[in-house]
Design a protein around this ligand. Structure first.
Ligand SMILES: Cc1cc2nc3c(=O)[nH]c(=O)nc-3n(C[C@H](O)[C@H](O)[C@H](O)COP(=O)(O)O)c2cc1C
Length: 322
């Protein structure tokens, strides 16, 4: 169990609850993602019902190096949950979520609400690091602050380094921004220069040129790609090629992109990860819409795609693409 090789400027698939399930992670791995992080799991859920919550963090060996992400607000509980997960799953690293903005998580003082209490964030990180010792490296994912008046990424980065955290992913937005506005890469860069542990930059990476710019103009040790991977998982491969050769391989054709979408649906149905075909296709709707974005002729079909209930119906709708 070890962190990725940062000398290679790793490209991470960002953790996305409800999106980065094992099937999508496998597809992104095929498309060149170097490192992945599971969807998050609640430390309280792990302690109370590990058997039920385990499904959020299942992974295949081919996904390695992979981190399992947990959230919570009680240091001892986070440490105990980290121990259960590490002993059962042997991830390459254990990642603490200190960035999630959703009320369900923030309301329990987890996720980004930890940015309002940096001593607590540090105590959580210290407790998890001490519990896992040499067994598993600990990383943390933060946002740059709670809101524009309370940017705290620099202090958080220093405290987390002091706690023994071995790498830090920074999403360059505040909690108040949710997913709007622009990620602030100057703050990410300042953090990367202020600490000696690797900092992975995250936010608004959508092209190979964005990846190259992050490598050339900031001190980050790698980048993490989220929403853009939902639209174009091949971005990882294109970005790596661009970093290596300066040439961007062509994007798949519209037909190939639709085939990719269909294959993802078939794999998801066959896996049974979400349940039967109807439940799976419901879970796939947001993904289908993300794939369709930018494919000529799909715009008028979006209402139908957003209600699609079976694989056959999806095929029928896509036959209308011209
Ligand atoms: C649907 C969705 C679910 C997300 N779930 C998580 C999560 O479970 N843990 C986490 O740390 N971040 C989560 N994020 C945030 C992403 O990891 C990432 O920080 C954010 O999308 C910014 O990167 P991007 O601009 O490349 O999308 C989620 C984002 C989205 C859009």
């Amino acid at each position: 169990m070890a962190l990725p090789d940062f000398s290679a400027f790793p490209l991470y698939l960002a953790p996305m609850a409800g999106v980065t399930d094992p099937i999508f992670r496998s597809l992104c791995k095929e498309e060149g993602a170097d490192v992945m992080v599971t969807e998050f799991v609640s430390s309280e859920g792990v302690l109370q019902a590990w058997a039920r919550n385990r499904r959020y963090v299942e992974f295949c060996e081919e996904h390695r190096p992979l981190g399992i992400q947990i959230f919570g607000s009680v240091p001892e509980h986070m440490a105990a949950a980290a121990r259960i997960i590490t002993d059962a799953m042997h991830p390459d690293f254990l990642d603490i979520n200190a960035g999630c903005p959703v009320p369900k998580v923030v309301g329990k003082n987890g996720g980004s609400s930890l940015l309002k209490d940096l001593p607590l964030l540090q105590r959580i990180a210290t407790a998890v690091v001490q519990e896992l010792g040499e067994d598993c490296p600990v990383t943390v994912k933060i946002r740059i602050g709670w809101d524009a008046e309370h940017i705290c990424a620099l202090e958080a980065a220093r405290r987390l380094q002091d706690a023994g955290v071995q790498a830090l992913a920074i999403h360059g937005r505040t909690r108040s921004q949710q997913y709007g506005g622009k990620a602030d890469w100057d703050i990410i860069d300042a953090c990367a220069r202020a600490v000696s542990i690797p900092v992975i930059g995250n936010g608004d990476i959508t092209t190979p040129q964005d990846v190259q710019r992050a490598r050339e103009t900031t001190a980050v040790a790698g980048v993490m790609i989220g929403r853009a991977a939902m639209n174009a998982p091949w971005l990882f491969r294109q970005a790596r090629e661009y970093l290596n050769t300066g040439i961007i391989p062509p994007s798949p054709t519209p037909e190939q992109r639709l085939d990719f979408m269909l294959r993802h649906c078939r794999l998801a149905i066959a896996s049974g990860h979400y349940g039967d075909e109807l439940v799976t296709m419901r879970a796939m709707r947001a993904r289908i819409l993300a794939y369709a974005k930018g494919i000529p002729g799909t715009k008028p079909l979006r209402p139908a795609l957003s209600r699609v209930a079976s694989y056959e119906e999806l095929q029928q709708i896509l036959r209308q693409v011209n």
